[in-house]
Design a protein around this ligand. Structure first.
Ligand code: FAD
Length: 411
C-alpha cells in the first residue's frame, strides 16, 4: 500500500502519539502547532488504566518512569493545615490507581518525551495553523496561516478541547458538543516552601471554592485554584488578558486561610499560568470525509476525570492502526476507529454532576460533613481496599491487538 501524506493539527500529547505510530508504518506525517515552539508546559497529568498499556506498547514506559513526579497521596487539610483525611496512592502494582496515579508526570515532560521519539521522522512546523480547508474524494486542500496551500491524503484535528478542526467539520445544527461541568480552574507554578512535602494538599473554602497544592521538583510546586460556578458571565474571563485573570483569582481567594495567600503571591511572578472552564467534549461526529478528530478535540473527558492523557494515547493508537490497515479506504478506517474506541470513550466520560456539588461544598457545615465522611473512609482505608480489589482497565475495555503496529516498531 502506498504511504499516505498526513497533516496533524496540534502538537500536544495526542498529535505526536498518532505520528509516532503512523511514521513507523511508513506514512509521511507533518504536525503543525500553533504555538511558536514545542508547548511543553502545563501542570501535573496522569497516565492511567489502558493508557499505561499503550505507553508500554510504544516502548516508553521506562523513560516515562524516569520522569515521574513523586506524589505519595492526597491529604485534605483545614485552615490550620491539619490533616482531615489522607488517601495514599496505590503503588502495589496490583488493582486500580487511586486519586494519585502511579504514573504522575509533568505535562511538559511527557510532551518532550513524545517529541524526542518522533522528531527524526515527523516534520514539525511551529507557529503555524490551519486557516481553512476543503476536501473532495481525492485529497484535502489545506490553507495555512502563513498563506501556504498544500494537499494531503488526510487531516487529523489534534488541536485540543477548543478544536477549530472540529468546529469546521461538525454539522451546523449539531447539538452543543461542549458540556460545561460548572467548575473553573486556574493553575500556576509557585516556589516550593520549606513545609511542602510529597503529598498533594486539598483545602476547601466556603463559597464552593477549593485550593490544591503539590510539588514536582526540589524548588517548584503547583497551585490549583478552583470554584464551582455555572454562570455564563465568567466565560469571558478566559479571554481576558492574563493580568485581568490573575486579578480575578486574587480577589476571589485573598485571605481565605491555610496557604492561599502564599500561593497567590506565587501567581504574580509565575511564567506557567493556565486557566480553564472545566468541560467535556461530546460529539457523535469524529470524522468527515478525509478529516478526523483525535483525543480532546473529539472526546475530552475533562481534567476532573484524570483520563485526558490516557484518552489521547489510546485514541492515537487505535486511529493510527485503523488508518494504516485501511489506507485505501479512509471512510472504513474512520468507521472502525469510532466503533472500536467509542465504548472506551463512553467509559472515561462517565460523569455524575452530583460529584461537583459534593466535592465543592458551599458552606462551612458542608465542608465539615465532607471532612467527616472522607476521614471515615480514609481511617478504614476503604478507597485503598477498593482500588486493590478493582481492575485497572476502565470498563473492562481491552486495548485491541494490532500486530502490524508491533512489527512496525520492531522493524
Ligand atoms: C498548555 C497546556 C497545559 C495543559 N495543562 C494540563 C494540566 O495541567 N492538567 C491536565 O489534566 N491537562 C492539561 N492540559 C490538557 C492535556 O494536555 C490534554 O487533556 C490531554 O493530554 C489530551 O491531549 P491533546 O493532545 O488532545 O490536547 P492538548 O495537550 O491540549 O494539545 C493540543 C495542542 O494543539 C495545539 N493547538 C490548539 N489549537 C491549534 C490550532 N488551531 N492549530 C495548531 N495547533 C493548535 C495546542 O497548542 C496544543 O499544543 C493542558 C493542555 C495545554 C495545551
Amino acid at each position: 500500500m502506498a504511504p499516505l501524506k498526513i497533516l496533524i493539527c496540534g502538537g500536544g500529547c495526542a498529535g505526536p502519539s498518532l505520528a509516532f505510530w503512523l511514521a513507523r508504518c511508513g506514512h509521511h506525517c507533518t504536525i503543525v502547532e500553533r504555538f511558536p515552539a514545542l508547548r511543553a508546559s502545563g501542570a501535573q497529568i496522569d497516565l492511567r488504566a489502558q493508557g499505561i498499556q499503550v505507553a508500554k506498547r510504544m516502548g516508553l514506559l521506562d523513560v516515562i518512569r524516569s520522569k515521574l513526579v513523586d506524589e505519595a497521596g492526597v491529604v485534605m487539610v483545614d485552615t490550620q493545615g491539619n490533616s482531615k483525611a489522607t488517601f495514599m496512592a496505590n503503588k502495589s502494582g496490583k488493582g486500580a490507581q487511586t486519586g494519585t496515579s502511579e504514573y504522575e508526570i509533568m505535562r511538559g515532560d511527557l510532551v518532550r518525551i513524545l517529541y524526542d521519539v518522533t522528531k527524526d521522522n515527523v516534520n514539525y512546523v511551529f507557529g503555524k495553523t490551519v486557516e481553512h480547508f476543503e476536501q473532495d474524494e481525492r485529497c484535502v486542500t489545506v490553507h495555512f496561516s502563513d498563506g501556504q496551500i498544500d494537499t494531503y491524503d488526510l487531516l487529523v484535528g489534534a488541536d485540543g478541547q477548543g478544536s477549530r478542526i472540529r468546529q469546521a467539520i461538525l454539522p451546523p445544527d449539531s447539538p452543543d458538543t461542549v458540556r460545561r461541568l460548572g467548575v473553573y480552574m486556574g493553575y500556576w507554578f509557585v516556589p516550593r516552601a520549606d513545609t511542602d512535602n510529597n503529598y498533594r494538599k486539598m483545602y476547601h473554602i466556603p463559597g464552593s471554592r477549593m485550593v490544591m497544592s503539590r510539588v514536582h521538583s526540589p524548588t517548584e510546586g503547583q497551585a490549583y485554584f478552583t470554584f464551582r460556578d455555572d454562570s455564563e458571565e465568567l466565560r469571558s474571563l478566559l479571554r481576558a488578558p492574563v493580568e485581568t485573570q490573575k486579578e480575578f483569582w486574587a480577589q476571589k481567594f485573598q485571605g481565605s486561610g491555610w496557604q492561599t495567600d502564599r500561593l497567590l503571591q506565587g501567581m504574580k511572578t509565575t511564567e506557567n499560568f493556565y486557566c480553564q472552564d472545566v468541560v467535556q467534549i461530546r460529539t457523535d461526529t469524529w470524522s468527515k470525509g478525509r478529516v478526523a478528530l483525535l483525543a480532546d478535540a473529539a472526546h475530552c473527558p475533562s481534567p476532573l476525570s484524570g483520563m485526558g492523557t490516557t484518552g489521547a494515547l489510546v485514541g492515537a493508537y487505535v486511529l493510527a492502526a485503523e488508518i494504516n490497515r485501511n489506507s485505501n479506504n479512509l471512510p472504513q478506517a474512520f468507521a472502525n476507529y469510532d466503533k472500536v474506541l467509542r465504548p472506551f470513550v463512553n467509559e472515561i466520560q462517565k460523569f455524575n454532576p452530583l460529584f461537583v456539588t459534593l466535592a465543592w461544598p458551599k458552606t462551612s457545615f458542608g465542608i465539615m460533613i465532607l471532612h467527616f465522611i472522607a476521614g471515615l473512609l480514609a481511617f478504614f482505608r476503604i478507597p485503598d481496599i477498593v482500588a486493590r480489589l478493582s481492575k485497572e482497565e476502565k470498563g473492562g475495555w481491552l486495548v485491541p491487538e494490532y500486530p502490524e503496529l508491533k512489527s512496525a516498531l520492531q522493524a
